[in-house]
Design a protein around this ligand. Structure first.
Ligand SMILES: Nc1nc2c(c(=O)[nH]1)N[C@H]1C(S)=C(S)[C@@H](COP(=O)(O)O)O[C@H]1N2
Ligand SMILES: [Mo]
Length: 327
């Protein structure tokens, strides 16, 4: 009874995002005013990563990461310091404040890990993560990340094109969309005990978006396995879409005929759609998307770019679509 009572009380205290007023959203200014990051040795890690060295992961198991730098995918800006990439996160399973995921995810166990593949696919099943990834080449890619809340970072991921995994499991012709879900593990995910969102977190892509060479599943960042707060052991990265499409700690992948209803659409369909392509001229109902704060900056000093700067590579996917309507 006591835990139930506690979670009821907590549910009353923790507000659903739809009831969070704009004035309550933590701006980078407020965040950095409250928390001061210490300098660390991450500069050395940046060098090791971008020069494509093999890296022995210090965290999340003893995997040796052999990967090649893919110089096709770089950004003409320095990567955001590692302490922001791993310390300023959205991962509501561990709390709604930017500092919560790093602080509350210590007990999460990203290994061993199984991924369930299902739906319209020739090779469904529950795969051990390492089996699923065997034979797939890891790459190092630097991408911009633009959050719907108007902050952005430049992040050195490593991972592999989602298309490699899709081809391996052989989707059937009827598969028009892919749906991905985060694991549900309230014993380890502290805030899944509360109805903050409808768990599990769900995201999806149209098949052509999923097959696009820019779309990756990341297993690491900054030359090491993903820290829990960034979505260990496997998370989606779609650089031309708002950050919320990048579903973390993926446990299930399904091939479906209908457009999946993603978590933020469930939460507030007025504010969030399925596509969520970065678009400076389509305003969020509560704030403009025209400019962004590149962390660790304080003000919106950067113009947000159409498709987050990836227009040449992706605009053909949306030819003839009204991007105001299909936001
Ligand atoms: N399961 C899950 N995935 C999630 C989220 C979340 O709350 N839960 N937040 C999303 C949002 S809003 C953003 S901006 C990115 C942040 O990724 P990062 O913390 O690795 O930068 O993760 C996305 N993936
Ligand atoms: Mo986000």
């Amino acid at each position: 009874v006591i835990p139930q009572l506690l979670s009821k009380v907590a549910a009353m205290l923790i507000k659903k995002p739809e009831s969070i007023r704009p004035s309550e959203i933590t701006t980078p200014e407020m965040y950095y005013g409250r928390r001061r990051f210490m300098r660390d040795a991450s500069g050395a890690m940046i060098v090791a990563t971008v020069s494509g060295l093999a890296w022995h992961s210090p965290v999340n198991g003893a995997t040796t990461l052999n990967f090649t730098k893919n110089s096709k995918y770089t950004v003409d800006a320095d990567p955001t310091d590692r302490k922001y990439v791993t310390g300023y996160n959205n991962f509501y399973e561990f709390g709604t404040r930017k500092s919560d995921p790093a602080e509350n995810s210590g007990a999460f166990r990203p290994r061993p890990w199984k991924v369930e593949i299902g739906g319209l696919v020739n090779k469904p099943g529950e795969y051990e993560l390492d089996d699923l990834l065997s034979g797939i080449t890891m790459e190092d890619r630097v991408y911009r990340l633009r959050c719907v809340e108007a902050w952005s970072m430049v992040i050195p991921w490593y991972g592999f094109p989602l298309s490699a995994l899709i081809e391996k499991v052989e989707p059937q012709p009827g598969a028009k969309y892919i749906e991905m879900k985060t694991i549900v593990r309230p014993e380890e995910m502290t805030h899944q005990r509360f109805p903050i969102l409808d768990w599990p977190y769900i995201e999806g892509l149209r098949m052509d978006e999923a097959m696009h060479p820019l779309t990756i599943l990341a297993t690491g960042v900054y030359g090491a396995n993903l820290p829990n707060q960034n979505g260990a052991p496997l998370r989606l990265v779609v650089p031309w879409k708002y950050g919320f499409k990048g579903v973390k700690s993926i446990q299930s992948i399904r091939f479906v005929e209908e457009m999946p209803i993603n978590t933020w659409q469930v939460q507030n369909s007025h504010e969030y759609g399925f596509f969520a392509n970065v678009n400076p001229s389509v305003t969020h109902p509560r704030w403009s998307q025209a400019r962004e704060t590149r962390l660790p900056g304080f003000r919106k000093d950067f113009d947000t770019m159409m498709f987050n700067g990836y227009t040449d590579q992706v605009q053909h996917l949306y030819a003839g679509m009204d991007l105001e309507r299909w936001k």
